[in-house]
Design a protein around this ligand. Structure first.
Ligand SMILES: *[C@@H]1O[C@H](CO)[C@@H](O)[C@H](O)[C@H]1NC(C)=O
Ligand SMILES: *[C@@H]1O[C@H](CO)[C@@H](O)[C@H](O)[C@H]1NC(C)=O
Length: 401
């Protein structure tokens, strides 16, 4: 009688709960890359348990030739090609938390509406998206901002690189690192566009932030999970060397399936004090199935248009922190011109830029706190077409009208 009562409550003593089929599998779990990500055969990301020492990292690495070694803040581990024997050996090490298959990732796809260089506009006649984030009412036509404009902050653009020579950066963009290939420039355009929304002189949100290129996607917009994690970890350690006392932001353009490693690396980046703007994704689906949009501490942005409607392509869900302009946004392009594109990437770039803009005003309050601050000053309830269960918040720079 007594035993059946325990069983009903799920309180059987451990000895009774042991499986009858064999000993427990004590190996570290092997996590498969989720569809639609394409697995990189034989390549893995190994994450050590929190609190692991450098010595245990060296021990786990042993004689393996790692593609990347991760040793930034809370994300210790490495990426390597492993044969069946070494995979088993690694999974049997007590300090290993999990092993995840490496996979191919790509930048969040954006729709391009126009690919013609344009004359840039003056701030009085500001692009709609800049005007929209400095006024509670729509249609202001001008962009108003505090003159600190992100001074003394760094914004890392984790993307296809940045075309540093674009005159609209005014020398404010520098090269950080390259985890994609050997060509230290942007041959795709996406990273340059994003960097421009964050900090270009005329088209940018935070006109004085220092832009740092971290290349994780090549000219075709393709990269790997392991390279993206290396890019995020680079920011954690590099930011101390850049002389940006007022705060650090980062922007991630990943259009990947859910990945525990990508989410953990993004969380580690936020916990190191970085405000991270991330695209919700542009496939009209719940962002819970994508990374790093689903990582809880990043600032995940959906897209709205100039009529304050939610974009039909924008991902949604309880994990979406805020909306920002993401339709028909004028951006910098390769060479000296501009382009007009749409996508939640652009919204993320506004949120990254807004963090850089606000840091000199708030002080370096950290990553998660900046996202909460941005939500606290947002324009509330003006958007139409917001799916139920998603926040009706539109990005606002806090300027008192
Ligand atoms: C940080 O922000 C303050 C306030 O706007 C500004 O006065 C200062 O010059 C900035 N620091 C740097 C190093 O630019
Ligand atoms: C910001 O992040 C989003 C996705 O997470 C990305 O699509 C966009 O390109 C990024 N912007 C920059 C400035 O890198």
């Amino acid at each position: 009688m007594l035993f059946s009562a325990f069983a009903l409550l799920g309180l059987l003593p451990a000895t009774f709960a042991a499986p009858s089929t064999g000993p427990l599998d004590t190996r570290a779990p092997l996590i498969q890359a989720r569809s639609p990500s394409k697995t990189l055969s034989g390549k893995y990301i190994v994450k050590l348990k929190d609190g692991s020492t450098d010595a245990s990292l060296s021990k786990a690495l042993g004689k393996l030739k790692a593609g990347h070694v991760y040793n930034a803040g809370g994300f210790k581990g490495f990426a390597a090609t492993l044969d069946t024997t070494s995979l088993e050996a690694i999974r049997n090490l007590p300090e290993v938390e999990y092993v995840e298959e490496d996979a191919v990732l790509s930048v969040t796809p954006d729709q391009t509406f126009k690919v013609a260089p344009r004359a840039t506009t003056t701030q009085a006649n500001a692009p709609w998206n800049l005007a929209r984030i400095s006024s509670h009412a729509n249609g202001a036509g001008f962009y108003r901002y505090d003159t600190s404009a992100g001074q003394g902050t760094c914004s890392y653009i984790i993307d296809t690189g940045i075309y540093l020579a674009h005159p609209q950066f005014g020398g404010n963009a520098v090269w950080g690192a390259n985890f994609a290939d050997t060509s230290n420039t942007d041959a795709n355009g996406h990273g340059t566009a994003m960097a421009g929304v964050v900090g270009a002189i005329v088209l940018g949100v935070a006109k004085k932030t220092k832009l740092v290129a971290v290349k994780v996607f090549d000219a075709s917009g393709s990269g790997t999970t392991s390279g993206v994690i290396a890019g995020m970890n680079f920011v954690v350690t590099d930011k101390a060397t850049r002389g940006c006392p007022n705060g650090t932001t980062a922007n991630l353009s990943i259009g990947g399936a859910y990945s525990v490693s990508v989410n953990n690396a993004a969380t580690n980046l936020v916990n190191s004090g970085v405000h991270v703007g991330v695209a919700a994704g542009s496939s009209n689906t719940n962002l819970a199935n994508t990374s790093p949009a689903s990582a809880p501490l990043v600032c995940t942005a959906g897209a709205s248009n100039s009529a304050d409607q939610v974009a039909s392509f924008s991902n949604y869900g309880p994990g979406l922190d805020i909306y920002a302009p993401g339709v028909n946004i004028q951006v910098l392009w390769l060479g000296t011109g501009t382009n007009t594109i749409s996508g939640t990437s652009l919204s993320a770039a506004h949120i990254t830029g807004l963090g850089a803009y606000l840091y000199p005003l708030t002080g370096p309050i950290g990553g998660a706190a900046m996202c909460n601050y941005i939500k606290s000053i947002a324009t509330v309830g003006v958007l139409t077409g917001v799916p139920s269960g998603t926040n009706n918040l539109l990005a606002y720079n806090g300027i008192v009208p």
